[in-house]
Ligand binder design. Structure first.
Ligand SMILES: *[C@@H]1O[C@H](CO)[C@@H](O)[C@H](O)[C@H]1NC(C)=O
Ligand SMILES: *[C@@H]1O[C@H](CO)[C@@H](O)[C@H](O)[C@H]1NC(C)=O
Ligand SMILES: *[C@@H]1O[C@H](CO)[C@@H](O)[C@H](O)[C@H]1NC(C)=O
Length: 403
């Protein structure tokens, strides 16, 4: 591991917060919003929860520098969870609650629903999607660039292979699923998906024209199992070798996937800093739903101490790790109030200063408003006292010996 790299990220984040934290500062501009989503990541597969097998240096640093949403709830599967994020509505109210979209199925999130990129677009943002979509692809009108994303680089179905980018689907619905906007992208085949998405996100940030705010959604494939049943969790051998101390070969591969995901988080934060955007950004890292330990696409991940796994209604399927970072939020603190993924839309609206135009009622609750009622947190000086600090989580951030 490159410890100096990790340390430098932590120090840089801390330095930034130290210099710029000003709780009552009046914001004159809309903040960039960067959502980094993991796919099927275990609740206990981050080291800030006390896991000693898989070090997640950068995610931990983000948690230490931001707010851990400690009671963050999602639907237990991908398509329902992502539709709740996008619309701010409960999936059962928009016909998205039942299951994920299988590759050959002709349905998707209703194009009449107003979704995050449209809210941000109307508020003057540049809107970018990198990585997974999985909200419908049987007609073009269901796909990202027809739904207010200025650009899209990634895949439309639920899962692809990390290297050859073919999807998983019954019969003839399997094939290359990698696109730049509407076009199939064959140029990047054989390149590791996590690297591709990171490079794209970093490039988009570095070339961003700051006259407009940026909304970037980076929906990683990792650490979901890959699509190919003959090598479901293919990783780079040089990364795998770092985890030779893990005996279970499946979990060893999982660790390598998470290592790459964590590295991506660090690189995105570095890119924001390099383009002088970190100070004006809200970063959310979260996982779409609980992880599948065993069974279909099982990765030997861990939701400990939560019961159950992906696709169950137990907390192991519905409670996930979520962190919000902004230099206006208290650093290294925990909020225990229940927050649903559909709450992110109105909460991000307030935190970013975007001023969304709401056409209809949504289900999500602005969690910064709840702060004013004594329940939560807010950037405007109405902070609830943290109920605990990072130090108290399973021995704390510095649990891992590398620190
Ligand atoms: C796959 O194709 C076979 C033969 O055409 C058909 O019987 C089967 O129902 C198909 N399976 C799915 C899941 O579409
Ligand atoms: C950024 O956008 C503004 C407004 O469109 C434009 O005037 C400016 O030239 C752009 N800057 C760069 C570096 O492209
Ligand atoms: C783990 O990764 C190696 C390549 O580094 C690969 O050969 C192996 O098949 C992978 N294991 C699984 C279960 O996919």
């Amino acid at each position: 591991m490159d410890f100096s790299y990790v340390l430098s990220i932590i120090l840089k984040i801390l330095a930034f917060i130290g210099f710029y934290q000003s709780e009552n500062e009046l914001r004159t501009r809309k903040k960039n919003v960067i959502i980094i989503m993991a796919d099927d990541m275990g609740y206990n597969d981050v080291s800030f929860r006390g896991n000693t097998e898989i070090p997640t240096y950068n995610i931990d640093a983000l948690a230490f520098s931001g707010v851990v949403l400690n009671n963050f709830k999602t639907p237990p599967m991908c398509t329902p969870s992502r539709s709740a994020l996008m619309t701010g509505k409960y999936p059962h109210k928009i016909g998205m609650h039942d299951f994920v979209i299988v590759s050959n199925e002709p349905w998707g999130l209703d194009p009449k629903e107003k979704i995050l990129p449209q809210y941000f677009k109307e508020a003057g943002y540049v809107t970018r999607l990198v990585g997974k979509w999985h909200l419908g692809h049987f007609q073009q009108q269901y796909t990202p660039t027809k739904r207010h994303f200025d650009s899209f680089f990634g895949y439309l179905t639920g899962v692809i292979d990390y290297f050859d980018h073919t999807n998983f689907g019954p019969n003839s619905s399997t094939g290359l699923d990698f696109r730049r906007n509407l076009e199939i992208d064959k140029t990047s085949t054989t390149k590791y998906a996590t690297d591709l998405f990171t490079e794209e996100a970093v490039q988009l940030i570095k070339s961003h024209n700051k006259s407009k705010p940026l909304y970037l959604q980076l929906n990683h494939l990792a650490p979901h199992s890959g699509s190919r049943l003959d090598r479901p969790m293919d990783v780079k051998p040089e990364i795998l070798s770092k985890f030779s101390y893990i005996e279970d070969p499946v979990r060893r591969n999982l660790s390598a996937m998470i290592y790459e995901l964590d590295k991506s988080v660090g690189e995105v934060i570095h890119a924001l800093k390099d383009n002088d955007m970190l100070d004006d950004s809200i970063i959310i890292f979260y996982n779409d739903n609980g992880c599948p330990t065993y069974g279909h696409f099982g990765t030997h991940c861990s939701n400990y101490p939560l019961r159950g796994q992906k696709a169950t209604a137990f907390e192991g399927g519905t409670r996930t790790n979520a962190i919000i970072y902004s230099n206006e939020l208290p650093k290294g603190s925990i909020r225990n109030q229940m927050i649903h993924v559909s709450d992110l839309l109105p909460t991000l609206d307030t935190l970013s200063g975007a001023s969304f135009k709401y056409p209809t009622k949504i289900d999500g609750i602005d969690q910064t408003t709840r702060a004013a009622q004594g329940g939560g947190w807010s950037p405007y000086g109405i902070h609830m006292k943290a109920t605990s600090t990072m130090w108290e989580v399973n021995g704390g951030l510095f649990f891992h010996p590398s620190y």
